[in-house]
Design a protein around this ligand. Structure first.
Ligand code: NAP
Length: 676
């Protein structure tokens, strides 16, 4: 079978013979791959002009709905992905991480997009900045999708997840992508892209695929394009130095390798729950995906005092791991991705051997289940021990991308911190301790060198997602050796595909652009109360000014009685005056909010369905008996709910006193029916 690329809306097969892709289990040929003959410049142009233009017609919520539909569609076909995944050497668990993990990333981004982004084309970043005394000149940051193409270059170890974790935020942002999987496992990515295209869920040009090399694609990039790379540090450095990437300042995100550390706390002695959890996790991290995980634990940093017992426990647990053909149910660990990869791991172990001794594992002879060692890329777990990790270099810099990890003893917490930092930047780190003081010291000591840190003890272990699992909600990436990039992290990951622009101007003008009312902007006041208007009829800026109400002692006492809140500052003049913020008894803040609703609510049956909360509530000034309060309520933002017969309306609300001072400010959140 010849793999095909999907370029300019059609599947294209190269006339060239291409690279042979073989099964990791028995060396049998699966496919050949070549991208020779593709017009890479035309692909980039098609993505920008057709894909980008198509995607940007939709709102964030509409694109989020596409991700959900796509996730459901891929779920229906996952059986075929599992069958292909097995040929990469993956066990069922490994495939689950790659396939189900990838699809669930689509679901999470879909849900976050609908909950955390507007049903609109502009994403507003933070509140306005008030830049002038009178409020007629303000600033507002907004994000819009970049108008170029995102080039997604992925590593061989996660042919599905690697693609989907990049595609989800990219498509949600409104940017088209050209996916380039690592060649050795690209047959699985190709199969998934076929399903994505055939689903018809994405508009033309949203996704293209290159099976084979990227040719001269980089020569055609410009300032609106993005490269999101996952792979080795060496390749990342090479690509970052491409002349066009430098000259056009092409946005480049790199997720590279790292020598991830896991620290066992000095309290986690043998016999404690944390010690047992540590053994379990290290063995899992060494053997899932046969250790071919960028986040796998490579450095086991453990108290010298009981590192001997730790090594024995690890050796016992690793001894139970059965290596072989993943199709056999007895097997816990499959082969590496290819024999070339196996040779490379052996070479890296030889480099590590200058600083560390092999204390468990045999590079050549090990029990193999249901497989032929000569044909497959099998390799058994190897545990090394470094006696003097503070003065050794290779154990902190050489990545053996397989089931290989090194034990490093430490005497003090400072030493453990120094060792973890010697990895010079990691994707993920973990700390196993039941002592929160130790957790705090270690976490603050190593966090600047890590993209993600997980702290595991007996309380969190049961539900923990573990050391090595990147999650769509949290950032994936790390400083230094890990590439200096960041992906996912919820909406943060979407923003990598968008441009932030600081706008300056009048609140009315900026409100028009950002599609939300900004304080100081023009108000539309008409006779109809805004609560009588249906969603479509409401306009941003529609405002209601209420009559005023005088606050009395009865109000305060009745509210104290009703709520049960008899805090002294509401009940006793003398005591209240001792408080540095008050001169006398003050009204309850919650009473102010309640009486404000009494002033602005239009009580008749109508389009407003419910109030579902308040945002950003601040009490700015005390309210004393005799104060006269009134409210301004302005329609600030409208978000239509896709597929529903109502939308969300946010109201900018200010309560002011007789001197025009703001005493309370907040956003009221309502659901408002559509007339249709
Ligand atoms: P790699 O050799 O660096 O390849 C990564 C990707 O870059 C592949 O798609 C590869 O395509 C492509 N590539 C290589 N040379 C290129 C060039 N000159 N121009 C354009 N593209 C080029 O890494 P790998 O062996 O696939 O993956 C293993 C490494 O990735 C490990 O070091 C691991 O730690 C790291 N990794 C990191 C993460 C992370 O999230 N940080 C995740 C997984 C893996 P070809 O296959 O066609 O050469």
């Amino acid at each position: 079978m010849k793999l095909q690329s999907f370029a300019k809306n059609r599947w294209q097969q190269s006339a060239a013979d291409g690279v042979q892709l073989v099964s990791a289990i028995d060396g049998g040929e699966i496919a050949t791959s070549s991208s020779e003959g593709l017009d890479f410049g035309a692909m980039a142009h098609y993505a920008r002009t057709t894909g980008g233009a198509n995607l940007r017609k939709y709102t964030f919520h509409q694109r989020a709905n596409m991700l959900k539909a796509l996730a459901k569609y891929l779920m229906e076909h996952k059986k075929e992905f599992y069958a292909l995944s097995a040929r990469t050497g993956a066990t069922r668990t490994d495939s689950w991480i790659d396939i189900d993990g990838g699809i669930s990333t689509l679901f999470v981004f879909s849900s976050k997009g609908r909950r955390e982004m507007p049903n609109d084309h502009v994403y507003v970043d933070g509140p306005p900045e008030f830049l002038s005394k009178k409020g007629s000149f303000v600033g507002q940051h907004i994000f819009l999708p970049l108008e170029g193409v995102a080039i997604h270059i992925n590593a061989f170890n996660f042919p599905c997840w690697g693609m989907l974790e990049k595609l989800a935020p990219c498509l949600l942002a409104g940017m088209p992508a050209i996916v380039k999987p690592a060649t050795s496992t690209s047959y699985l990515t190709e199969a998934m892209v076929r399903r994505i295209i055939e689903s018809g869920i994405l508009p033309d040009g949203a996704v293209q695929l290159i099976c084979g090399s990227v040719g001269d694609l980089f020569d055609h990039l410009n300032c609106q394009d993005v490269i999101a790379f996952t792979g080795s540090k060496t390749t990342a450095e090479l690509l970052q130095q491409h002349q066009t990437v430098i000259a056009q300042s092409v946005r480049f995100t790199a997720e590279t390798d790292s020598l991830n550390a896991s620290i066992l706390g000095p309290d986690a002695q043998p016999g404690t729950a944390e010690f047992d959890l540590y053994i379990q996790e290290v063995v899992r991290e060494m053997t899932v995906k046969a250790g071919q995980k960028c986040t796998a634990i490579r450095r086991i940093i453990a108290p010298a005092e009981f590192s001997g017992e730790l090594v024995s426990a690890l050796a016992r647990a690793l001894g139970k791991v059965r290596v072989g053909n993943p199709a056999n149910k007895e097997v816990q660990m499959g082969p590496l991705a290819s024999q070339g990869q196996r040779d490379e791991v052996r070479e890296r172990i030889a480099e590590l051997s200058g600083d560390a001794d092999i204390i468990y594992g045999d590079l050549e002879n090990f029990e193999l289940i249901d497989a032929d060692a000569r044909k497959g890329a099998f390799f058994a777990p190897v545990l090394l021990h470094c006696q003097k990790p503070l003065t050794s270099r290779s154990v902190h810099s050489v990545e053996a991308f397989g089931p290989v990890s090194t034990v490093m003893p430490y005497d003090t917490l400072d030493e453990a911190i120094t060792l973890a930092r010697m990895g010079e930047g990691s994707l993920a780190g973990s700390i196993f301790t039941g002592d929160d003081e130790i957790a705090q010291t270690l976490a603050l000591g190593i966090a600047p060198y890590h993209g993600r840190l997980v702290i595991i003890n007996r309380d969190s272990a049961g539900e923990s997602t573990g050391h090595g699992s990147p999650l769509p909600h949290l950032v994936h990436g790390g400083p230094g050796r890990a590439g200096g990039g960041e992906e996912m992290g919820g909406i943060r990951g979407v923003l990598h595909y968008m441009q932030r622009t600081a706008l300056q101007g009048s609140p009315t003008t900026l409100g028009k652009i950002a599609r939300r009312w900004i304080r100081g902007g023009k108000e539309h006041v008409d006779e109809a109360h805004p609560f009588t208007k249906y969603f479509e009829e409401l306009e941003i800026g529609d405002t209601h000014h209420t009559a005023s109400r005088k606050i009395t002692v009865e109000d305060i006492e009745n509210f104290a009685e009703l709520s049960g809140d008899k805090f002294y500052a509401h009940m006793d003049d003398e005591l209240a005056a001792k408080n540095p913020f008050f001169e006398a008894r003050v009204a309850h803040g919650y009473f102010i909010v309640s009486m404000a609703a009494g002033l602005f609510v239009q009580p008749d049956f109508g389009p407003v369905l419910a109030n579902y909360g308040l945002d950003d509530l601040r009490f700015a000034q005390p309210v004393y008996m005799g104060d006269e309060l009134k409210v301004r309520l302005t329609c600030k933002q409208k978000t239509m709910r896709e597929g529903e017969d109502y939308g969300e309306v946010r109201w900018d609300t200010e309560v002011s006193n007789q001197d025009g001072e703001i005493v309370a400010a907040y956003d009221v959140l309502t659901m408002v029916a559509t007339r249709s």
